[in-house]
Design a binder for this molecule. Sequence first.
Ligand SMILES: *[C@@H]1O[C@H](CO)[C@@H](O)[C@H](O)[C@H]1NC(C)=O
Ligand SMILES: *[C@@H]1O[C@H](CO)[C@@H](O)[C@H](O)[C@H]1NC(C)=O
Ligand SMILES: [Zn+2]
Length: 478
Amino acid sequence: MLWSASLCVVFLVPSLGVPVDRYSTKGQQKLLLISFDGFRWDYDRDVDTPNLDTMARDGVKASYVTPPFLTVTSPTHFTLLTGRYIENHGVIHNMWFDVNTGEKVPYYATQFKTEWWDNGTLPIWITAQRQGLRTGSLHFPGTQPRYQGESQTVKDVEPGFYNYKNETKWRQNVDKVMETWFGEMDLDFVSLYFGEPDGVGHKYGPDSPERREMVGQVDRTVGYIRSSAEHNGLADSLNIIITADHGMSNVYRNGLVKEITLSKIPGFSFGDVSFHLLDYGPAGMLLPKPGMLETVYKALKGAHPHLHVFKKEEIPERLHFANNNRILPIILFSDPGYVINGFFPVQFNAGEHGFDNVEMDMKPFFRAVGPAFQKNLEVGPFETVNIYPLMCHILGIMPESNDGHLDVTKHMLVSATEDRPQDFRRNVSVGLAAVGGCLVVVVAVLVSFHAFKKETNYRGSEGSVRPGSKEESPQTAL
Ligand SMILES: *[C@@H]1O[C@H](CO)[C@@H](O)[C@H](O)[C@H]1NC(C)=O
Ligand SMILES: *[C@@H]1O[C@H](CO)[C@@H](O)[C@H](O)[C@H]1NC(C)=O
Ligand SMILES: [Zn+2]
């Protein structure tokens, strides 16, 4: 009895240890996820970008990627971190709000509202840590809150009134991530965020010389990141994915277009609305007072040729922006060129995002390089929900349930790494099968021992232990 149990321990420890031996110590690949806020897919077309071009030759470039709707910063970044559409992860807006008190909290302060972010979906940092990896995040939206009480191994929350454009600061941040976090601390996964070219895109517009100049700064930073990876001995182990949350589109005003201002629409009254999110680019939401839904809806529907008005339940399914209690009963968005104003025009940005994600102006770029990726490969577009399962695969971790599929992106990977998590799972399965097998032996010994002693008709073994029953457990969403 005792000998067979200890035999199990002897067999089991090494067999469960296989994936750890193989991938955690020497072979484990690292991953750096970088977002350059508002970097539209085609921003490299009118600017000389030698470093992005080199990265494309050394790795993978997608023609563009499709973000989830609402195409704004915090919701789309949380999709990158979770692989879930916005209605499924719950971070449905840049602003925290409470329809009962009427309170609204702006973008930066919402970074500190834990209950807004921690709404049942775990970001990749926590999932990776629960599976033995170490993670960090620098300035990435969603970095600050704890999720189910857990935090990244190390984090650097963006300071208030941060100068988004300072290239010296950008390089210091890169140094911190490469030298200290990946180098000294040996982290496995880091997310890194830069607030440009979103800032210049809003202020001067996507076609401005200021935006082109900022793309030059992004390109220099990409070169700096890659040479920093080399200097820190990370070239063979570090994968780098560079993408963004959304694109940018020109806004027209000054008599060029008929502006959308809700207070001027006949039949619409703010008196019929108990809460609204307006004056926030091209998208808005309304909570009508009890019994006023039809009145508000009918007044707005068709009121302006470039204003789209939906009841929550009739919003096109492709937008995946309905199935969440936080989404208000009426959803509005405008066509490119237009923003939605409440009482009177208060928005003066030259560029905006938040439009329908089918608009080409809303599509971000996507680049990837490193030991997991093919070289000099250009691939077609895909939705950004698929980046999460790709990242989990590279890190060799089991993803949470999500809306992406590895099938969409796995052709970017070199075949050697394509099998890694499958190997990992097979090894786990082999380990589990070994556990089951050993238990069968133990139980069988126990049973025959009992049967011999008591001469009873004991039939416990087949019913209670089924070896290998977990061998083929399905993997959701890989
Ligand atoms: C998500 O947030 C809503 C309130 O906005 C709350 O009612 C709900 O319980 C939260 N769900 C989870 C799982 O945290
Ligand atoms: C940029 O950041 C560096 C390093 O923190 C600082 O010394 C410099 O004064 C900053 N420049 C501007 C224009 O803010
Ligand atoms: Zn923005």
